[in-house]
Ligand binder design. Sequence first.
Ligand code: SF4
Length: 409
Amino acid sequence: MELGQSSHPRRKTRRIMVGDVPVGGDAPITVQSMTTTRTADVDGTLQQIYDLAMAGADIVRCTCNEIEAAEGLARIVPRSPVPIVADIHHQYRMALAALEAGVHCLRLNPGNIRKPEHIKLVAQEARDRGVPIRIGVNGGSLHPDLYKKYGGRVTPEAMVESAQMELAYFQEVGFEDVKISVKASSVPLMIEAYRQLSEVVDHPLHLGVTEAGPVPGGLIKATAGIATLLAEGIGDTIRYSLTADPVEEVRAGRTLLESMGLRERRNIDLIACPSCGRAEIDVIEVARKAQEAFGDREIPLQVAVMGCVVNGPGEARDADLGIAAGRNKGHLFVRGQNVAVVPEDEMVDALVEWATYIHEHGVEAALERARSTSEAARRAAERDRADLLRAKGADANRSEQRVEVIRRL
Ligand code: SF4
């Protein structure tokens, strides 16, 4: 399957621009996150924005909850490496202040800015400045009238109606530069709301499971909701709402898009075997150290950490680079071919060094580099493989011995 393909073709949406980042249409699906600093703290907020951008955020949102925050935005916007969205709740005046600060997009919650004249005033001002708005419906703060209308429950229909009501106010003043979200903390609810919304509007959709919570539960909930919709071709920009460092939100978002083939790989894709009775190393620890060593380095390769040389190189033969543990040493392989043998405590360093080399010079150059040593590396791997098979047998689970014991019970 080609990059960007999925079982369902991507739904056609209109394209809007958030600063210089396109959202919707055939633009790449973008990753967003939100700062956790006080926006009035300009240096602290900028530091976090840079951290998020380094991790792969395309767009960053900051709260604009007080006049000092709007003043902070005026200083943050010109120094930010990515477009800034101002998050507005309750006070339409903060939306006007954020526009004055030069933000690239607003997020309005229709559940808590309710007066039509205020909504239209903000939309007019955004229209005149060419700034898009996200209509950010949230299941937890639905307009009270809609809550009542739908029997005191938050339903997908109520959330979609909330978005449409807001959109109608915008349309009254000729403003359509809009993206929409209908987030809920319930995964089935948000999935259904987005499905229904995608049937009735062609605006770009911002996906998220709100208040997903801490990892690992939050990651799983957010992935369940966002990935389900993306696989159906729904969604133009995503945000993981985790109770964690926002950098983790960005890493999660990038990883999801890359693993679904919806974005080009940017960093290392570290794959590792789950380990088993054959493992000659602590796979979890080596994989953790490798993850840490690569960090956010922009090396778009797939790197494998495998616990044994018996099955490792074969199982990870499609990886660009990998290491499989032998007796006190690691067998490095490039696209399944053994290229070097390194001491166990140098495995991670060797991975980083070879990954950097492949990134700079290509796989063929790496294989050429190893030409003089690869035959010796292959023979060493063969020896280790044979030794391990002798020591542990072809049956790593010792099934027959276990069966004998079980029969005697
Ligand atoms: S057989 Fe080897 S590579 Fe496969 S899970 Fe076990 S240790 Fe890992």
